[in-house]
Design a protein around this ligand. Structure first.
Ligand code: HEM
Length: 248
């Protein structure tokens, strides 16, 4: 196969409407040229990271819109936007597995080029860490304080499976998907550089465990725990064993 010719064709001429609209010339120039790659797998390494940044850009834009829709109490529209966010989050986790096709040794060569860069410097990730606090303020203002309701009522004593409940669950899903990404990313680290390794900043990889315990919306997790305790108080900490019913 004529590698040079195919690689040139892959870049396109940038003149057709499709190429102009999607700015393919710029997009496809955002990766190193083949001759500059330290290893063939470096292309995959760059592309996966770049795509992850794009998904985070879309997630952040969708969360901004979802926040506006919540403020206006357009809950159905907000829920559609949250669904988009959740799908992007699932894609972010799924894509990490691509990097498991790179051998630990091949990655070591790529790692030599990364300076002391860290995923913690990702602009998208840093923004996503900040947004949940604002989303929670909006949720509380509109769906709780605005309706003079508590989370306990939304989930239990006045439970109606209404928009206040559905939007809260969409926020919980964001939290859960974020943790799933962190968990899958940790597995990727274990697979690639090992369990006891140090990051490029010289820190033990275990520092990421703190993030894996982070909850953006602690009240949404607490409300379930409180419910379980309340409902469980009828049978105490441990229930009696079931007995076969008389008509069985
Ligand atoms: C072979 C692949 C990868 C390895 C070996 C790896 C390794 C690491 C390590 C060691 C850290 C801790 C850094 C520190 O101490 O500051 C880290 C953090 C991080 N990485 Fe990766 N990573 C990989 C791929 C990715 C990909 C594809 C993404 C996509 C976005 C990513 C996003 C992040 C983020 C966001 C953090 C910060 C996490 C947090 O603070 O909870 N990493 N990575």
């Amino acid at each position: 196969m004529d590698r040079k010719k195919y690689e040139k064709d892959m870049r396109g001429a940038g003149k057709l409407d499709y190429e102009i609209y999607l700015k393919t010339e710029h997009l496809l120039a955002c990766q190193k040229a083949t001759e500059d790659l330290c290893h063939p797998d470096e292309l995959q390494f760059m592309i996966v990271h770049q795509i992850e940044e794009l998904w985070m850009k879309l997630i952040a834009a969708s969360l901004l819109d979802a926040n506006d829709e919540m403020r206006a109490r357009n809950s159905l529209k907000a829920l559609t936007l949250f669904r988009r966010v959740h799908i992007c989050q699932e894609l972010m986790s799924q894509q990490l597995t691509l990097l498991e096709t790179m051998s630990p040794k091949d990655y070591q060569q790529i790692r030599l080029l990364l300076g002391n860069g860290s995923g913690q410097e990702s602009p998208g990730f840093r923004v996503l860490l900040k947004m949940p606090a604002d989303l929670w303020t909006t949720y509380k203002d509109v769906y709780l304080d605005g309706d003079n309701r508590t989370l306990e009522q939304v989930y239990d004593s006045d439970y109606r499976h209404d928009d206040a409940y559905m939007v809260a669950e969409a926020l919980a899903e964001f939290d859960e998907q974020f943790q799933k990404f962190r968990g899958d990313h940790m597995q990727l680290i274990y697979r690639t550089i090992g369990v006891a390794a140090k990051s490029l900043k010289g820190r033990p990889v275990e520092i990421l465990n703190d993030g894996m315990r982070q909850k953006f919306f602690p009240d949404l997790w607490q409300v379930r725990a409180d419910m379980t305790d309340r409902w469980g108080s009828t049978y105490g900490e441990k229930r009696d064993k079931l007995t076969p019913s008389s008509d069985a």
